[in-house]
Design a protein around this ligand. Structure first.
Ligand SMILES: Cc1ncc(COP(=O)(O)O)c(C=O)c1O
Length: 426
């Protein structure tokens, strides 16, 4: 075996044996150009690439690492568990503890089922919703990503509502037809669809993180709750990003809206593969072995992931969220200032430690607004930041994720890099 240690060499090798050289498409830098750094180590808010460069990381495993990389308490929990075994395929006390933590933190989560990814959590939540309602159709919102299950890879055309067309090759048209998509924030369109089509579920990111950061008006979520109640569908909050990120009680805690089913992932696994769906005792009792909704997994509730998740949640007290809020607010202010000094039309949108710098002059309320952003400018900005040692998510339509390890010095460094990068890309 030839050992090639540089990024370039690794990319060449990777592309020979893995589609695009990556395990998940966005990592290939298709939206921004250039070559992705291959990461060999990480600690705190830094990652080190195969060329030995240290970068400030604002991807943080797409939000999973709210405590930062290799937090000593999380690493210790994983190490200790690994010594006791990595997977049993049997119940463990750790999953009981984590389920209890989730139930204690999130009001609507009376019972929890662990799975291995956010995709699996949402896919299973929809199966449960369909079983509970006896209906097939699902309403989603354009620009919300809910993982790559067939039913959710459908999007709207323009207009008030369009029956879904597959958004990926290989998704059966028959499956996509059951997914209706309307614009994020458009309560009237959602009510219209729900009045016309018997829906199993209305699924939404209660703060959208997959068209960049978009915080809805509370009335949108309250309205969806009312529409779901009036039309007999279930309200599903996909809190895979927002869960334990915007607050311990999730976005549902902040907005005070109670969904029927919640989906989690990322943070509850502390950087290891995880997902979960949760809801009322009555609803979750439909899940096997209590009920007829079959759903299973060899590695579900994996003890390493449970241990990492528990250690992470232990770090997330009131002080931690106050710190994340303060650092997010500071970065938002500094980025907005840097953009206006550079003379760019820009919007910095934020929910706690999630934020996006959009290169557009409009407030971004939905996917259409997000797409008005200057993606070419974002690509140049991304490259300029990388040259200055700051690794942003490689797309205009993603959130930047802060962690507890992004201290004031790191925020200052990011802000300085942004000021210089914006000036450079002029
Ligand atoms: C809101 C949301 N739901 C679901 C998913 C899918 O999670 P996973 O990538 O763990 O399958 C993601 C992934 O980023 C997400 O952001």
């Amino acid at each position: 075996m030839t050992l090639v240690s540089t990024n370039r060499g690794l990319l060449e090798r990777a592309r020979r044996v893995m589609p695009g050289g990556v395990s998940s498409p966005v990592r290939a830098y298709g939206a921004v150009g250039g070559e992705p750094p291959f990461i060999v180590a990480a600690a705190g808010c830094h990652v080190t690439d195969a060329d030995g460069r240290e970068l400030i990381d604002l991807v943080c495993s797409w939000g999973a690492l709210i405590a930062g990389h290799a937090h000593p308490r999380v690493v210790a929990a994983i190490e200790a568990q690994a010594r006791r075994g990595t997977s049993y395929g049997a119940p463990t006390p750790l999953e009981v503890e984590l389920a209890e933590e989730i139930a204690a933190s999130v009001a609507s989560a009376e019972m929890v089922r662990f799975v291995s990814s956010g995709t699996e959590a949402v896919m299973s939540a929809l199966r449960l919703a369909r079983a509970a309602t006896g209906r097939d159709a699902v309403l989603k919102f354009a620009g919300c990503y809910h993982g790559h299950a067939d039913a959710l890879l459908a999007r709207a055309g323009s207009g008030i509502a369009t029956l879904g067309l597959p958004d990926s090759a290989g998704v059966p048209a028959s499956v996509a037809r059951d997914t209706v998509t309307v614009a994020y924030g458009d309560l009237d369109a959602a009510a219209h669809v729900a009045g016309r089509t018997p829906l199993a579920a209305i699924i939404v990111e209660p703060v959208a993180g997959n068209m960049g950061c978009v915080v809805p008006d509370r009335s949108f979520l309250v309205g969806l709750r009312e529409v779901a109640d009036r039309t007999g569908s279930l309200l599903v909050f996909d809190e895979v990003i927002t869960g334990f990120r915007v607050a311990r009680s999730g976005a549902q805690g902040i907005f005070g809206v109670r969904p029927d089913i919640s989906c989690f992932g990322k943070i509850i696994g502390g950087g290891l593969p995880v997902g979960a769906y949760a809801g009322s005792r009555e609803l979750m009792s439909l899940v096997a072995p209590l009920g007829p909704v079959y759903q299973a997994g060899t590695l579900s509730g994996n003890p390493l992931a449970m241990a990492a998740g528990l250690a992470t949640l232990e770090l997330l007290d009131g002080t931690a969220y106050a710190t994340l809020e303060a650092r997010g607010a500071r970065l938002q202010r500094e980025l907005a200032l840097a953009a206006s000094t550079a003379g760019f039309a820009a919007r910095v949108q934020r929910a706690g430690s999630l934020l996006t710098l959009f290169f557009t002059d409009r407030t971004v309320l939905n996917e259409g607004d997000a797409q008005s952003s200057d993606r070419g400018r974002f690509a140049r900005f991304h490259a300029a930041m990388l040259r200055r040692g700051v690794m942003l998510p490689p797309s205009q339509f993603e959130c930047w994720f802060l962690s507890l390890a992004h201290d004031d010095d790191a925020i200052a460094t990011i802000a300085d890099a942004a000021t210089a990068s914006l000036k450079e890309i002029g």
